[in-house]
Design a protein around this ligand. Structure first.
Ligand code: ZN
Length: 72
């Protein structure tokens, strides 16, 4: 498992390394998250439509670096 999670917030699909609530597979809607592109207090939106938002390019690049580092 990588140390980041995707989270739709503010009209884009971002990634975050924030801890999720115990047992939660996603950040519940309304959760304030800090994203890999450096935005703080983004509000997670778990609606079905939100998951169709475009991926934030900065978060994508940061997630790629984390994934590559984890894979060695
Ligand atoms: Zn982002």
């Amino acid at each position: 498992m990588y140390k980041f999670h995707w989270v739709p917030a503010n009209s884009a699909r971002h990634a975050s390394t924030d801890r999720r609530p115990e047992g939660a597979l996603v950040y519940p809607s309304g959760t304030a998250v800090t994203t890999l592109c450096g935005e703080v207090d983004q509000v997670a939106d778990n609606s079905e439509l939100a998951w169709l938002w475009a991926t934030c390019p900065e978060c994508y690049q940061a997630a790629l670096r984390i994934a590559r580092a984890a894979d060695g």
